[in-house]
Each structure stands twice: as structure tokens, then as C-alpha cells.
Design a protein around this ligand. Structure first.
Ligand code: AP5
Length: 215
């Protein structure tokens, strides 16, 4: 199964993706997470990406397209994948289509998590991340000891791009550059719209009903 998880920053893409990988035995392809790992390790790519990410800007298309191409050609993606947070621009969507046409492996569904701006701002303001392993905590996924990562005992921080100014910019960039991708997929009849304001479990069940029931 080849899926795109689509939605604004904070809509729950990263929360729902692991469920899909587990249930359908597919790989998670998450450029944002890959770039954050690179930034933590201060690789050349990570240092460049960080300058865009901390301001809430998109990383250039050529970087992302190379990253997606490399990731979807790995053996663990042979049975399928869920793209979490990409494509985010029309050139990325077109490049992905070319890759998949060449493999005769079209996308099955684009799962659109529609969430109100008020809920997004609340979720992003309440998200805490481990600077060491990247694990995410929040009201709905709380840590055992307040402010400390369950896995490695490190103090949790807020992502630079979860600061209010960067959040505003990310939402604007989403409206300007990423919403046209939704229209692109709507025209292809691939979009399944979900109410992303619901609980994690309600969204998960709705996705499962649609994918398993063939809605
Ligand atoms: P990326 O990491 O992809 O971030 P994003 O799309 O902005 O999404 P987030 O990770 O902020 O949110 P999410 O939708 O995954 O929500 P989450 O599940 O965490 O990208 C970061 C940056 O990398 C970009 O700004 C850009 O610079 C760069 N980048 C990445 N991809 C790129 C691309 N293709 N092109 C160019 N640049 C790219 O949930 C959010 C919070 O809400 C969590 O705390 C969670 O616990 C909570 N939550 C989730 N679901 C629910 C729910 N149903 N109810 C209550 N709380 C919930």
C-alpha cells in the first residue's frame, strides 16, 4: 500500500503514521524527522536544513526530492510506504509521480487530516520533544515524569519551529505552497478527507475503516 498523509503542521501526521506502518507492514517516510535527525547530528545536510526549518520555511525541493527518491527505493519500502509530510509543493508531487510511474506503483490514497487553526496552534504549543531521541510527548501522549523523556532521561524541549512566530509562518507556508498539492490529488480522485479535530483513536479508526473497507 502506498499512502500520503497530508495535513497542516500539527495535524497528527507523525502520530498516525506509526499505526499505518505497523498495520500494513509498510515503511514510514518522513523527511521532517530525517532532517531533524541530521540536524541533531550536525551533518552538512542537517546544518543547511536547520536554517530553513527553524524559521518555518520549506527546505528546497531538490533536497527533498533526492531524500524521497533514496528512501522509497530502500528494501523496507518495497511492500509500500506512508509519506508523512511530503510532498509539500507541486514540483515535489510531480517528481514523486514520475518516480512511481517508472516503478508502475501508483499511490493508493492521500489521507487528508483537516484540522482547524485553533486546534493546530494548541497542539503545537503543547508538544514537547526529546532533544536526544526525538520522541514526542503531549497531553495525549504524556511522559511518566514531567518534563523528562521516558526512554533516556533527558529534559524535554520545544522544537524551534513550534515557537509562536515559526508556527504562524509554517501555517502560512502550508496555505500558500502545500494546499495546491491537495487540489492536485483531488483532481486525481485520491483524497480521503478526515476530521483531524477528533481524538487520535477516532482518526485511526476512521482511516482503518476506509482502507480496510475500501471506501
Ligand atoms: P515536519 O516534521 O513534516 O512537520 P509538520 O508537517 O510541520 O508537521 P508536525 O511534525 O509539526 O506535525 P504532525 O502533523 O506530524 O503532527 P504530530 O503528529 O506531531 O516538517 C518540519 C519542517 O521540515 C518543515 O517546516 C520544513 O522546514 C521541513 N520539511 C519537512 N518536509 C518537507 C518537505 N516535503 N518539503 C520541504 N520542507 C520539508 O502532532 C502534533 C501534536 O499534537 C503532538 O504533540 C501530538 O501528540 C498531538 N496530537 C496529534 N494528534 C492529536 C489528536 N488527534 N488529538 C490531540 N492531540 C493530538
Amino acid at each position: 500500500m502506498r499512502l500520503v498523509l497530508f495535513g497542516p503542521p500539527g495535524s497528527g501526521k507523525g502520530t498516525q503514521a506509526p499505526f499505518l506502518t505497523e498495520r500494513y507492514g509498510i515503511a514510514q517516510v518522513s523527511p521532517g524527522e530525517t532532517l531533524r535527525e541530521d540536524a541533531r547530528e550536525q551533518t552538512e545536510l542537517g546544518k543547511v536544513a536547520q536554517t530553513y526549518m527553524e524559521k518555518g520555511e520549506l527546505v528546497p525541493d531538490d533536497v527533498i526530492i533526492t531524500l524521497i527518491r533514496e528512501r522509497v527505493s530502500r528494501p523496507d519500502a518495497a511492500a509500500g510506504f506512508v509519506l508523512d509530510g511530503c510532498p509539500r509543493t507541486l514540483p515535489q508531487a510531480e517528481a514523486l509521480d514520475r518516480m512511481l510511474v517508472a516503478q508502475d506503483a501508483p499511490l493508493d490514497r492521500v489521507l487528508y487530516l483537516k484540522v482547524s487553526q485553533e486546534v493546530l496552534e494548541k497542539r503545537l504549543g503543547g508538544r514537547w520533544t526529546c532533544p536526544h531521541c526525538g520522541r514526542v510527548y503531549s497531553e495525549v501522549v504524556p511522559e511518566k515524569t514531567r518534563g523528562i523523556c521516558d526512554d533516556d532521561g533527558v529534559e524535554l524541549i520545544q522544537r524551534d519551529d513550534d515557537q509562536p512566530e515559526a508556527v504562524k509562518r509554517r501555517i502560512q507556508v502550508y496555505i500558500d505552497k502545500t494546499m495546491p498539492v491537495l487540489e492536485y490529488y483531488r483532481r486525481k480522485g485520491l483524497v480521503l478527507e478526515l476530521n483531524g479535530d477528533q481524538s487520535v483513536e477516532e482518526i485511526r479508526d476512521e482511516i482503518m475503516r476506509a482502507l480496510d473497507g475500501g471506501d
